[in-house]
Design a binder for this molecule. Structure first.
Ligand code: G16
Ligand code: MG
Length: 217
């Protein structure tokens, strides 16, 4: 039976895409590199470094410059994060987390973001989550299964015990590679490979998930 839920953070629990957009746009403007809101959409779920490499579009820079750009981007991003509160939780998150607690289901967050700890803290849900991990805890980023396998291990569960909630294609791929059940949230063009696609967490209850993924239990 399913005993654990592993959440992606961005696009699932909160939506920092506008913050990422504003910070990448500022950096790109400062560097004279073309960038747009549309280009930012393609960065969803990618690591900070992979995002920058995508923005540079093949421009080759010394490693020290890349590091400086990544640090500057994060500095700008941090100043946005400082303003975050529980108002930034996506609809349905608080109720679903409470429902999972009452059902005795363990919970983890497995994100590509190095800022996952501070964001979860700012959102006010740190006490509702058992394990927080990010791709820097493991060798390979999503779409490799590493971060989901690590989260399950930290929960004391096997992959077959866990269901993942993801909003990005690379995340769905990672969950499948980990041999976990996966619920895709949002656009089927992104998350169509999931076991079930839902618009978001609003109105979602644990018994719905169980009935869909574990019929007969
Ligand atoms: C999130 C976002 C990505 C972002 C990445 C890295 O991942 O979806 O757009 O580039 O984190 O963030 P940071 O610069 O804070 O390390 P996820 O996996 O939570 O969707
Ligand atoms: Mg995401």
């Amino acid at each position: 039976p399913l005993r654990g839920v592993i959440f992606d953070m961005d696009g699932v629990l909160t939506d920092t895409i506008e913050f990422h957009y504003q910070t990448w746009q500022r950096l790109a403007d400062e560097e004279g590199i073309p960038f747009s809101r549309q280009a930012n959409e393609a960065l969803r779920g990618l690591s900070r470094r992979d995002s920058l490499l995508r923005i540079l579009q093949g421009r080759v820079l010394p490693e020290a410059t890349i590091q400086e750009l990544l640090e500057r981007k994060n500095r700008y991003f941090r100043s946005f994060i400082e303003t975050m509160t529980a108002d930034y939780l996506l609809p349905g998150v608080q109720v679903f987390l409470k429902d999972l607690r009452e059902a005795g289901i363990k919970t983890a967050v497995a994100s590509a973001s190095q800022n996952v700890y501070i964001v979860i803290e700012k959102l006010g849900i740190a006490s509702d989550i058992d394990v927080i991990t990010n791709v820097y805890d493991v060798d390979r980023p999503k779409p490799a299964p590493d971060v989901f396998l690590y989260a399950a291990q930290q929960l004391g569960l096997g992959p077959e015990d866990c269901v993942v909630f993801e909003d990005a294609e690379s995340g769905v791929e990672a969950a499948r590679a980990a041999q976990m059940r996966v619920i895709g949230l949002g656009d089927a063009a992104q998350v169509g490979a999931a076991d079930w696609v839902l618009p978001g967490l609003e109105g979602v209850r644990w018994h719905h998930i169980q009935a869909k993924l574990n019929p007969g239990v």
